[in-house]
Design a protein around this ligand. Sequence first.
Ligand SMILES: [Zn+2]
Length: 465
Amino acid sequence: MKFGALLLFAGLQVALVHGDIIKVHHAHGNNHARMAKRQASASGSSSGSASRSASGSASGSQAASGSGTSAASRTPPPLDTSTTIPPVASISLGMPTKAPPSYTASFAPGATPPIAGAPKIPKALVKTGWPPADKVPDPSSPEVQEWMKELEGFTIPNIPPTKDGSCAGDPTAASQAKQHGWWTCGGWTRDTDIAACPDKLDWGLTFDDGPSFYTPNLLKKLKATGVKASFYAVGSRTIERPDMLIDEYMSGHEVGVHTWSHPSLTMLTTEQIVAELGWTRKAIKTILGVTPVTMRPPRGDIDDRVRAISLAMGLVPVLWTSTADGGKFDSNDWRVAGGEFPGQKSVDIYNDIMKNASIIPTGFVTLQHDLFEITVDLAVGYTLDSALSHTPKFALQPVGHCQKWDATELYRETRKNTSFPYTNTSRGASIDIDGDGQMDAALGFGVPLWTSLLALTSVLYAVSL
Ligand SMILES: [Zn+2]
């Protein structure tokens, strides 16, 4: 509740300045607030300190602002009319906020995509007839019932939905996290997950939760620096801003599914998961003319049931690289937007990511967001430039690219490799038999592997002395 009130306050602040933004900020703010609670309670010592500072800051805001209703009567942050990114010390919740950039569509229906064999951009999206935004779509609809047939012939593990997608909220499920490959509680992955780039210094750059009002600022920066990234889009947002999704796709960025309403997938029924993935897949296909073959679970909340459903629907799960003490390759930019800590801390975390990335034997995948003005400012003004000027040099690129997939393999309509995505082997005999999360080097990077590599490095170092 504290986090919810805090984020409601943030949403109201922005809404007071920019009218129609409230829905985006409010809905996702609450989602991310739940994520904050989960991550804070889920893992080890570093998360513990995050929890303390987070609840401290939330309590402070609560005391200052009271309920969401009274927050609305508070003075909103001033409008920043400058055209530059604020100093990093000024980037925090409540900072002066800019009007979203004016945006006009860059590509018309009929434009030819940069991917060989891809259909031309379809005619403009009809925005009616879609499920309500930011709610789990009705699982009894004819569309969902049709998509349920895609699961026939696949083994969907009989794992009950978790209570709330969190470890603390469902101790029984948490005690079986290893057995169920539940990423949220312990970082368990399977061979079918993508959680790293295979080659050292390769950087899978990803942005989640858009397209948002501020996405054009990010696209402009990426274009100026010649960097391509992966965007995991929320279905509700793609219906609101289809032209930005087209811009991402036409500019050579990769597009994947990030659910319709951003729930923690492990807490949903199988039909609801199919609804979340199916409607987002359909929205992207309707807007772009192609169907992604990748998905990212909100908050990384995936277990073997969610995996099997995703794979049966032709969607390969993409996570981000993690370490034993949790979330080291998560920029935590969303925590700045949520008021948990100032922008400088996210920049510091980013520097830690780059330090870790320089010493691990594989490449890596990071997590950032293009939902909030704050997270886009951090990327555009600070973190992307740090990444690009780092020594040793990183190769920033989209996730599919670092897996060495041809761009045609990213979409169902253009892929040539008909055995991809994988068959549903997430619990098959050949995959991670003992459930210890160890990944084969070609695809992933599990937590135990990370710790064992650290141990091995220490031993080698000791021996060399
Ligand atoms: Zn997300």
